[in-house]
Design a protein around this ligand. Structure first.
Ligand SMILES: [Cu+2]
Length: 291
């Protein structure tokens, strides 16, 4: 039985429409938190709100790549339909199988190749190098360790001494010491701060060192255009700079288990003074390190 082509086409268009509306729908039905989240999260074909210094460079790259792909898509689509009609089977026409040595198609393919090389070598690689590899100087950056686990984000701040204390997987206790901090053995660990929320300063570079306690997760800050896999046994730095205060979402972008959907945290972007006050409050009595 032959399914009508127009029905298949309709189904494809309907699926594309549903897929494009899915983020907005997911946001509408998502359980509301008591903390209101700022910004928009990509309705239809738009990108999420951008509150980072480098985000526009990533967005530009996404836009250029999509524009170029749209041109290719339309161009190849027209060519495809043209071929279907021009070379259809009909009486009096015989197919012949020799290669066509046409100049225009060669020029077109070279042009596509050049645009792709320019996109990759001229845009992607330099942006990747500066956004990803060139970390800001350590003395200028605010540093946090991010430890992923099924299904939560743990944040580790160095405390007033500015030094991260030693952690040991043997000391991990999900109820009292989720990071496995060696508070007895290492003096630097005594003042370290643990939280389930990410608090960062506005207008200052932030370096997050990403690791995982169990499986592979992915540290995702949509409004910062940051996405980095969290791998057990590795500590991978990512950096960004917020240009606006507010409350935003930290998500996990790697399907990491049954409750992956619930693996989220809040990110508070604050003026430096507010952040210091929060850290002071959080670091007060050692008994209250654990939430
Ligand atoms: Cu996860």
């Amino acid at each position: 039985m032959q399914v009508k082509k127009s029905w298949i086409l309709l189904a494809v268009i309907a699926a594309a429409l549903v897929a494009s509306a899915a983020p907005a729908w997911a946001q509408a039905v998502a359980p509301k938190t008591t903390v209101p989240i700022d910004g928009e999260y990509g309705r239809f074909f738009s990108l999420p709100t951008d509150v980072s210094k480098n985000g526009h460079r990533i967005d530009n790259l996404i836009h250029w790549t999509h524009a170029f792909m749209a041109v290719l898509f339309v161009g190849w689509g027209i060519f495809f339909v043209y071929c279907l009609m021009r070379f259809r089977q009909r009486p009096g026409h015989q197919a012949h199988y020799e290669l066509v040595h046409a100049k225009p198609s060669k020029y077109l393919e070279v042009a596509v190749l050049i645009v792709e090389i320019v996109l990759l070598a001229g845009f992607s690689v330099p942006i990747w190098a500066s956004v990803k590899n060139d970390l800001p100087p350590a003395d200028k950056a605010f540093r946090v360790r991010v430890v992923a686990e099924q299904f939560a984000w743990n944040f580790h701040y160095p405390g007033p001494d500015g030094q991260f204390g030693r952690t040991d997987p043997k000391l991990v206790d999900t109820a009292t010491n989720p990071l496995g901090l060696d508070r007895e053995g290492d003096p630097h660990a005594k003042d370290d701060i643990f939280a389930l929320e990410l608090h960062i300063p506005v207008n200052q570079p932030v370096i997050c060192d990403i690791s995982s306690k169990d499986v592979i997760h992915s540290f995702f800050l949509p409004v910062m255009r940051v996405k980095q896999d969290a791998l057990p046994g590795m500590r991978i730095p990512v950096w960004f700079e917020a240009v606006q205060t507010g409350t935003y979402e930290v998500a996990c972008a790697q399907l990491c288990g049954n409750n992956h959907y619930s693996m989220r945290a809040l990110m508070y972007i604050q003026p430096a003074t507010d952040l210091e006050a929060w850290l002071r409050e959080k670091g007060k009595p050692p008994e209250e390190f654990v939430e």
